[in-house]
Write a protein that binds this ligand. Structure first.
Ligand SMILES: [Zn+2]
Length: 501
């Protein structure tokens, strides 16, 4: 049996729990005697004070990782879909390639299912994008423009620089700000009030970037967008559209404009820069269209999705015919009609749609139809054809696990682990495969690795202790586990004394 996930205080388990957690962060981690609200009370440092930022990149990364682990474990809006997050990651990767030489910044991008138009950056290069924003983008360049702007907030360390200079040696103040960013992402007004009552205005100041930071992120983001081969008009178009949405929204601006205030000056600035550049035609990738179709097929009810894609197809109201049939197939599948879904895949084959997302879709349809050998055949072929496509490997490993082919699952997982040593999902799958094979020692050791990667040190220690007790590990494996256990206990001690400082 696999253990349940150990419980741990969550950073963002939904609005209800934000308040106590924030109190915990500020009350426990800040030194005694510092009123909790002073973390937000400092004025914004001017751009000239950048040299006074004391947060190391490692510290920012650690804060971001902690927030990210909590999102993965506790945030219901988090979309655990490698096809979608992988695409967003590739898009940011394309931008990151064009950062100034010597930039060591890494990024992780993830989608959240949320109807509010928003995107946000956390310390350490973690960027969240709401599905509504992905769906509102009318071109890949538009989506890339928002990401380029967020990337620039990250590389310029704007979030850390928003924190008052006196607070900058304390990780707690950065963590508190990260909590605030997450709480504010969907209901800014509510989050402010709930978190700090009377101090709402000050938090608001801290959470929305200053005009100078916005101008800097626009300027650097635009350069990045252009160097990366996108249509820079995307940025102006998209921000103007966001502004229009903001006027239609009943409760004021979309989330994005609350944290990234859009002034007429900003728009004029952007338009000036854009007008001086030559026009550039950029074709959107098929990835962009397929990811949007997948997200759209998950909106509303299954019936809504069927109606939506049916009318797109009958009225020929689509940009990509392949994406329209792909979305239609997904809508049928969601509506419990795998045969209709399969017919759309046949259309995709006739259209010569050559994309791994078509293969994983067909595999899902075959699973629904109970054709396990067919599913595995499709995924194995896709893994050969689209070598290195992680989403395909994950789908294959999961299917093999689900159908009790543990040895084969282990093989796929081990191959992936060679290049993805920090992915908790793979260790979880590995643990399940070992459990299926009755290998007690390895099951617990793999689960310890999974917990460790999720930041659940106590859970990892518990699993290593179970591995120690298992009777099927050899001498070398056992001594490795002993050493690992000592290392984790020392780490836990270090963290405790670090918090006491
Ligand atoms: Zn901004």
């Amino acid at each position: 049996m696999l253990g349940k996930l150990p419980r741990r205080a969550a950073i963002i388990p939904g609005m209800k729990k934000v308040m106590p957690y924030l109190a915990l962060v500020l009350g426990v981690l800040l030194p005694v005697g510092v009123p909790s609200t002073t973390a937000f009370a400092e004025g914004l440092p001017s751009l000239g004070e950048a040299s006074q930022v004391d947060f190391s990149p490692q510290m920012e990364r650690k804060v971001g990782e902690e927030a990210m682990n909590d999102i993965r474990l506790h945030e219901p809006a988090y979309i655990d879909d490698q096809e979608i997050n992988g695409y967003l990651g590739r898009l940011v990767g394309k931008l990151a390639q064009n950062l100034e030489k010597g930039s060591q910044q890494t990024f992780e991008v993830f989608a959240l299912r949320d109807p509010m138009l928003n995107a946000f950056a956390m310390p350490g290069g973690f960027i969240g994008v709401h599905t509504a924003l992905i769906l509102a983008a009318q071109s890949e360049s538009e989506l890339a423009s928002v990401l380029a702007h967020e990337v620039s907030h990250v590389t310029q360390h704007h979030l850390a620089r928003q924190i008052g200079v006196q607070q900058q040696t304390q990780m707690a103040s950065l963590l508190a700000l990260a909590v605030g960013v997450l709480a504010a992402r969907s209901r800014p007004d509510l989050a402010m009030g709930a978190m700090v009552g009377g101090q709402a205005a000050m938090v608001q100041n801290q959470l929305s970037y200053s005009r100078d930071f916005e101008r800097e992120a626009d300027r650097i983001g635009l350069q990045l967008l252009e160097r990366s081969g996108f249509d820079i008009r995307g940025m102006g178009d998209f921000f103007v559209r966001l502004d229009k949405f903001g006027r239609i929204y009943e409760n004021g601006a979309p989330g994005y404009l609350r944290t990234h205030p859009l002034t007429t000056e900003r728009i004029a600035d952007m338009e000036n820069r854009i007008q001086m550049r030559p026009y550039k035609q950029v074709v959107d990738s098929l990835d962009f269209h397929l990811v949007r179709a997948k997200l759209r097929s998950q909106e509303g009810t299954a019936q809504d999705a069927v109606t939506d894609f049916s009318s797109q197809l009958t009225e020929k109201k689509y940009v990509s015919e392949i994406a329209a049939h792909y979305g239609m197939s997904r809508a049928w599948l969601r509506d419990g009609k795998p045969d209709a879904a399969e017919r759309e895949v046949q259309v995709l084959r006739r259209l010569k749609a050559n994309h791994f997302m078509v293969e994983t879709l067909e595999a899902e349809i075959l699973v629904k139809k109970g054709d396990v050998p067919g599913t595995i055949r499709v995924l194995r072929a896709a893994r050969n054809q689209f070598a290195g496509e992680y989403a395909v490997s994950l789908a294959l490993a999961q299917t093999l696990l689900d159908t009790h082919r543990y040895g084969e699952a282990l093989q796929v997982v081990s191959e992936e682990l060679q290049s993805r040593t920090t992915d908790a999902r793979l260790y979880l799958m590995q643990s399940k495969a070992y459990a299926g094979l009755g290998k007690d020692f390895r099951q617990h050791r793999a689960l310890a690795d999974a917990y460790f990667q999720q930041g659940l040190i106590h859970g990892a220690i518990e699993q290593l202790q179970l591995a120690q007790k298992a009777t099927d590990g050899d001498f070398y494996e056992q001594s490795q586990v002993d050493a690992r256990l000592r290392e984790l206990r020392a780490r836990l001690e270090n963290e405790k004394s670090g918090q006491r400082q």
